[in-house]
Write a protein that binds this ligand. Structure first.
Ligand SMILES: [Zn+2]
Length: 380
């Protein structure tokens, strides 16, 4: 057993990081781990933090290892933002933390899970700390790709790239770690396109499987303008459906906790100015979190939808590559018959454009409607 066990299909990364943890000459203090969503960036970062602090360099069983992996190690800080960006105030706090010597372990490790969400000012605040870290501090920044990280930051880090793990490796992990049965594991790994977290969710949550199926089957059903408008509305509603009432409950709980901390009366009709401004700041954070959540969910749905056109193109070209939607083979075949290769490519481009627009803040429904109109099946 070792801390690297759950990092599937990443032998190169494991070799680099485990060598750095055991050989001082191979050690660097600022790292940038990149890889597609679901490839295991944060798993790799935690495993590395464990290996750095473990007397046996990552045995996976000692206290240093287990606490670093589950996020409770006193010297390992994990920054996972739920908002749209990491602010300069947060970055400054990290710099202060990074200056402290480790309390129990060998190294103080700061993991920034979404380094692509550092604002420019936040990035500036980190520069010096990244360039000249204390001797026993290690920074591990994670992002989808190098290009997503502000250049001044990435030029100060050693870069390690994770790849998309093979479908089979993801399925094996689900079988071994989560006790999923083999057929379900294979379906989930394929449908999630090797995104490990999503694959696990699909394997265990029937609702997630049903929602995914509804999305992919939209591809064959858009014929008219009203169909397109309806499909866009359905896609937009997925995010609301997924967040459900839990978000509202959480928001309310955070608000009452804040009022309690400030010693304010939650029932009071008007609050003093300092309370009002703190509540306003919290509400802004909550709104940013909801926006990011909606975007992420929608983006995932678009990736699923895209996979149908991609599969239809695979069938059309007879290239024999595995289908993502093997479970919807009949619908993929129908789509391949209904659209030419050029039309399928145009559909894929339209979906790609919608993803870019949503990321660039175009209103969700607007971007989705424009896309759905381009997805209408041609009349023949
Ligand atoms: Zn250990």
């Amino acid at each position: 057993m070792s801390v690297w066990d759950d990092l599937v299909g990443q032998s190169q990364t494991v070799a680099t990081l485990s060598r750095a943890s055991s050989d001082p000459d191979a050690m660097t203090h600022s790292w940038l781990l990149t890889g597609p969503p679901g490839s295991g960036r944060s798993t790799a970062a935690r495993a590395f933090a464990a290996a750095l602090n473990c007397p046996r360099h990552g045995c996976g069983t000692c206290r240093e290892c287990t606490t670093a992996l589950d996020g409770t190690h006193a010297d390992v800080t994990v920054v996972a933002t739920e908002g749209l960006s990491i602010r300069v105030e947060d970055a400054r706090e990290l710099v202060v933390e990074a200056a402290h010597r480790p309390s129990v372990g060998q190294y103080r490790v700061i993991i920034v899970e979404d380094a692509d969400r550092l604002t420019e000012r936040a990035a500036d605040a980190l520069l010096k700390a990244l360039e000249e870290p204390s001797a026993r501090t290690v920074w591990i920044l994670c992002a989808p790709s190098q290009e997503d990280v502000i250049i001044t930051i990435r030029s100060r880090c050693r870069h390690v790239r994770l790849r998309t793990p093979p479908t089979k490796a993801v399925a094996e992990l689900l079988i071994r770690r989560d006790g999923v049965d083999p057929a379900m594991a294979m379906y989930a790994a394929r449908a999630a396109q090797s995104h490990i977290g999503l694959a696990r969710r699909l394997a265990r949550d029937e609702g997630a499987r049903r929602r995914r199926r509804e999305v992919v089957l939209m591809s064959g059903r858009i014929r008219t303008v009203p169909d397109a408008v309806g499909a866009a509305a359905d896609l937009a509603s997925i995010a609301t459906e997924e967040s459900g009432s839990s978000a509202a409950e959480r928001d309310a709980a955070e608000r009452s906790r804040l009022l309690e901390t400030l010693g304010a009366d939650p029932a009071a009709r008007t609050q003093p100015p300092h309370v009002r401004s703190q509540v306003a700041a919290l509400e802004k954070d909550q709104k940013a979190r909801a926006t990011r959540f909606a975007r992420d969910i929608t983006d995932r749905a678009l990736v699923d939808l895209l996979s149908m056109y991609r599969d239809a193109l695979v069938v059309r070209l007879g290239s024999g590559v595995d289908l993502v939607n093997e479970d919807a083979r009949a619908e993929v075949d129908a789509l391949a018959r209904g659209m030419s290769a050029d039309e399928l490519l145009a559909a894929m481009t339209a979906i790609g454009q919608a993803r870019t627009r949503i990321e660039a803040n175009v209103p969700l429904l607007l971007a989705l409607e424009a896309m759905a109109l381009s997805l209408r099946l041609p009349r023949r």
